[in-house]
Design a protein. Structure first.
Length: 118
């Protein structure tokens, strides 16, 4: 079973940038990023199928960019213009078939914390 390991989280000031990374132990067709803030439900941030453009939540469009490097089995999330409301645990997730929505991601990393201060 493919395992996912995130890194790159940390504290950052409002308006700053962070780049999250996720390394998979094997090839995965669809990979994405989710986040969960304290007291809130987990929400999708961005996902992409291999060879396709990223799909983004409205709250991060224009600020976040998802990308992947298949040679490194890696997924990235470049986060710019960060806001305090972006504070959350960010999770890398994957599923072995085509993604058409945020549902049914079956592989999850343990998460990396992003904290944006005002």
């Amino acid at each position: 079973q493919v395992q996912l390991l995130e890194s790159g989280g940390g504290p950052v000031q409002s308006g700053g940038s962070l780049r999250l990374s996720c390394v998979a132990s094997g090839y995965i067709y669809c990979m994405g990023w989710f986040r969960q803030a304290p007291g809130k439900e987990r929400e999708g941030v961005a996902y992409m199928n291999d060879g396709s453009r990223g799909i983004y939540a409205d709250s991060v469009k224009g600020r976040f960019t998802i990308s992947r490097d298949n040679a490194k089995k890696a997924l990235y999330l470049q986060m710019n213009s960060l806001k305090p409301e972006d504070t959350a645990m960010y999770y890398c997730a994957a599923k072995t078939y085509y993604c058409s929505d945020w549902a049914n991601f079956s592989r999850w990393g343990k998460g990396t914390q992003v904290t944006v201060s005002s």
